[in-house]
Design a binder for this molecule. Structure first.
Ligand SMILES: Cc1ncc(CO)c(N)n1
Length: 221
């Protein structure tokens, strides 16, 4: 791929500061250096389960939008794979929650989570542009990939109990999946009109801000 021409890579560089705050947040750094507070981890776990339940209809809406753009068949397979993986992910959350003694039924979403979920819902209507939704999808998955892969890279001190979580989003298959999503977003963005590209960039920045708020929420009381 021609990186110089890649709109998403350009934005990652242009919004570097926000991007770093989202992917190198103190919560993630505390996992990597082993100082993480397990009660924060448990809070993140319960809140993220709520988020992922809302992420399912979001990814389905991306698939539905794509259905209207009849020609791109390989995109459909990648995104359908994403929907399928979420089923496994929800089971993983239930299993992980029971290991940590977190009661998933009794959880109420915190404000940052509610706001992020509302943002996801805003992509629901079919007239919301596919390119913009695909950009959001790529950004959401990539923040987790870059955050959790950092916790299992190099000289980390990630607690053993958290390695499974970090591998879930930090593994190289998930990394490959994020690259595929990036290629989809870039291909769409390269042929999109200027107003769509502008909107997609705004959405990219919004995702970073929501992700930062989500980490803040998880790491504070
Ligand atoms: C908040 C949040 N962002 C991204 C992902 C990746 O799916 C997730 N599970 N939760």
């Amino acid at each position: 791929m021609d990186d110089e021409q890649s709109p998403t890579a350009t934005w990652q560089a242009k919004h570097r500061e926000l991007y770093e705050q989202a992917t190198r947040h103190s919560f993630i750094l505390s996992i990597r250096d082993g100082t993480v507070d397990f009660s924060s981890f448990k809070r993140w776990l319960g809140q993220d389960y709520i988020f992922v339940k809302e992420f399912v209809p979001f990814v389905c809406s991306v698939l539905l939008k794509l259905q209207k753009e009849s020609e791109i068949n390989s995109d459909k397979e990648i995104i359908l794979g994403g929907v399928a993986a979420l089923s496994d992910e929800l089971s993983w959350f239930k299993n992980e929650a029971s290991k940590w003694g977190v009661d998933l039924c009794g959880i109420t979403p915190f404000t940052a989570n509610t706001e992020y979920c509302r943002f996801l819902q805003s992509f629901g209507p079919l007239d919301v542009n596919y390119t913009v939704a695909a950009t959001a999808f790529w950004a959401i998955e990539t923040v987790y990939q870059e955050s959790f892969s950092f916790c299992i890279e190099g000289d980390h001190k990630t607690p053993t109990e958290l390695l499974g979580t970090c591998q879930r989003w930090g593994n190289s298959d998930f990394g490959q999946y994020c690259k595929s999503l990036q290629e989809i977003a870039d291909r769409c963005l390269k042929k999109a009109p200027a107003d769509v590209v502008r909107k997609a960039e705004e959405v990219f920045v919004s995702v970073l801000k929501h992700e930062i708020e989500f980490w803040n929420m998880s790491s504070s009381e």
